[in-house]
Design a protein around this ligand. Structure first.
Ligand SMILES: [Zn+2]
Length: 238
């Protein structure tokens, strides 16, 4: 399978929250997209891995992704170990994505910053001929870092105004994470659905405003952007 775009993240629902709009937008443009969850999210406070798998499948459908899979790394133990890197490299060789989205390399949750390193190193190793795994050597062309939760300046922002509603539905597909069970006392609710929605809205709105649109998703790339035509550059200065 040759994917155009693959988003890799630690837990099911990470991708929806950080770059779901961009995945949907690219699928709507006819690109083949995919999501690789490194873990099954089994350490989540609520729900079971089975429920989360169901929710992940529903969200993938809403975002029109062509492929979604789980690498099988234990939740809360994501790290760039040799074993995990080889497994990831094998998946990269199988999916052959042109562009990969990874989480930003600094985060509060260790799984998130380790996911960034594991993702990068897995992509790199996939290109080494002598690696003891199956498949033709392959390396993605472009790596983008999703920085929705990081306090850094993005390199660019994707306009997701037209995809925002559908992204919202994909996030809400992970209902078990955000809605307490009926018998659960109110005080145990860490992340109520109304708070999550307000936060999502605010972030997407903030980044949208920076490029003069309603909603946006921020990304960072380590390389510089190459520009051919400075007259056709978007986003007004004054
Ligand atoms: Zn996460």
């Amino acid at each position: 399978m040759n994917l155009d775009l693959l988003a890799i993240a630690a837990h099911p629902d990470d991708v929806e929250l950080t770059c779901g709009g961009t995945l949907l937008k690219m699928a709507q443009r006819g690109y083949k997209t995919g999501i690789l969850d490194l873990t099954a999210g089994e350490m989540g406070t609520r729900g079971t891995p089975e429920i989360r798998a169901c929710e992940a499948a529903k969200a993938a459908k809403l975002l029109k992704v062509s492929w979604r899979g789980t690498l099988g790394v234990p939740d809360s133990d994501v790290q760039p170990s040799r074993q995990h890197k080889l497994r990831l490299a094998a998946v990269i060789r199988q999916l052959r994505p042109k562009t990969v989205i990874l989480p930003y390399w600094e985060a509060r949750h260790p799984d998130h910053y380790h996911a960034s390193a594991l993702g990068y190193e897995g992509c790199f190793l996939a290109g080494l001929k002598q690696l003891p795994i199956d498949g033709e050597p392959y390396r993605p062309f472009k790596i983008l870092y999703s920085i929705s939760y990081a306090n850094v300046r993005p390199t660019f922002v994707v306009d997701i105004s037209a995809q925002y509603e559908q992204r919202r539905k994909a996030i809400l597909a992970f209902r078990s994470q955000f809605q307490p069970e009926k018998r659960e006392p109110k005080s145990t609710v860490h992340l109520a659905i109304d708070r999550l929605e307000a936060e999502m809205n605010q972030l997407a709105h903030h980044y949208g405003q920076l490029i003069g649109v309603r909603y946006g998703e921020p990304f960072l790339q380590k390389e510089l952007m190459k520009v051919e035509d400075v007259i056709k550059m978007e986003v007004r200065s004054i």
